[in-house]
Design a protein around this ligand. Structure first.
Ligand code: SAM
Length: 379
């Protein structure tokens, strides 16, 4: 439903109703928090709006198109506020997004998982606009939030103060947490991580929760809900999909050469569209091959799976055909063969879905598991 008004209360109520219908919002306290921290206060004057899922993607500008701006701000989409670490214009939608006001649906879903109680001491990684920090504060938490970008942190500090919130906003690399403010009852990570920094576990009390977008090198991202155990680890399940911009310090780029004539060319009967079609398969593959990057692309209307190892020694491309699919592989490793092997193991397990998997983060390593924490599938 579109609400033709600039009344933030009516806008927020309509957004909360939509989030409830979509299953993201269940808690009345969270609905109240959405009212206490109205989203428009944290939205940039100009930015790039992308609906969550299929839907419009467009530049928004409060000065030139106020009603388009209000509609975007109070709907379930993200608004890119910074590109190329501040070097470009976010409203053009053509560069690498490096900060955003996250989609309400995913923000609310993470907050539901975190189960914030009044008086909790919480750490947020990735302040961005400050909206999530404001929601956490509105839920009654004492919030410490860390932002790597000094300009974004300064703007968030101002916005939060103007909106009536007073969290500690620290300008620093969130990889190290906020040791001076620990211990925390929970950590809310709002940028994607492949390897979960152990400092976040160390700085959380036993029984405390970590919610984070786990974004491994291969496939899609996953919401992870981890609980800190008495023995200094954090463990828990994957609870849905999530797509966030990656923590600075863990960014990587998958590049396949344009000229593939020197690669070994073969064919396969395993459809790359089938291999890339499930979050469960994604987890099984990345757990077995944590150093393999992979993403499906659509080229000329056809699915192509591109793979490369993080050490940049090898790559592969698999192009969907009609029953028979073309494969190109180069370098010392045969990455498609490795991915196909991991995929077939997932098929042999009975094709478990995402919810069957979890992860444990300890001082020495991070592992993925299937069904039970003891059933580790990371080699
Ligand atoms: C999706 S935005 C966060 C959205 C934000 N929570 C909000 O409510 O608007 C991700 C943020 O993480 C920040 N970030 C990326 N790497 C970081 C790091 N190593 N330490 C702290 N912040 C980081 C980015 O600069 C960006 O502002």
């Amino acid at each position: 439903m579109t609400v033709h008004t600039t009344d933030p209360g009516a806008r927020t109520e309509a957004l909360a109703d939509a989030l409830q219908v979509d299953g993201h919002l269940t808690s009345p306290r969270l609905r109240d928090a959405l009212h206490a921290a109205p989203r428009h206060l944290f939205a940039p004057t100009r930015g790039w709006y992308a609906a969550d899922g299929p839907g419009p993607r467009r530049g928004i500008d409060r000065d030139t198109d106020p009603s388009g701006w209000w509609d975007a701000v109070y709907s379930d989409g993200s608004i890119v506020t910074q590109v190329d670490d501040g070097a470009g214009d976010p409203a053009r939608g053509v560069a690498e997004a490096t900060s955003s006001l996250s989609s309400p649906g995913v923000v609310v879903a993470f907050l539901e998982l975190l189960r914030v109680r009044p008086g909790d001491r919480l750490l947020e990684i990735g302040t961005g606009t400050g909206w999530t920090a404001a929601l956490l504060a509105a839920l009654g938490a004492y919030v410490t939030t860390v932002e790597v970008d000094a300009g974004l942190a300064a703007t968030a500090r101002e916005t939060l103060a103007m909106a009536g919130f007073d969290p500690h906003v620290i300008t620093a690399d969130g990889t190290f947490g906020a040791p001076d403010h620990a211990p925390f009852d929970g950590v809310h990570v709002t940028c994607g991580v492949d390897r979960v920094p152990y400092s976040w576990v160390e700085q959380t009390r036993p029984g405390g929760r970590l919610v984070l977008p786990w974004m491994p090198e291969y496939g899609g991202g996953h919401k992870a809900l981890l609980t800190v155990t008495g023995d200094g680890r954090a463990s828990g399940r994957l609870v849905g999909g999530a797509n966030y911009m990656i923590l600075r310090g863990q960014r990587s780029t998958l590049r396949i050469p344009d000229d593939i004539t020197d690669a070994e060319a073969t064919v396969t009967h395993l459809d790359p569209g089938e291999v890339t079609g499930s979050h469960g398969a994604d987890v099984a593959i990345t757990a077995a091959l944590p150093d393999v990057m992979g993403a499906p692309r659509i080229r000329d209307g056809v699915i192509e799976l591109e793979l490369a190892d993080t050490a940049a020694t090898s790559w592969a491309r698999v192009r969907q055909g009609d029953g028979e699919h073309q494969v190109w592989q180069a370098g010392p490793r045969r990455l498609w063969d490795e991915v196909a092997g991991a995929y077939m193991r997932w098929v042999e397990w009975g094709r478990p879905d995402q919810a069957a998997f979890g992860m444990t983060v300890g001082p020495d390593r991070q592992v993925a598991w299937r069904d039970e924490p003891s059933n580790i599938i990371t080699p």
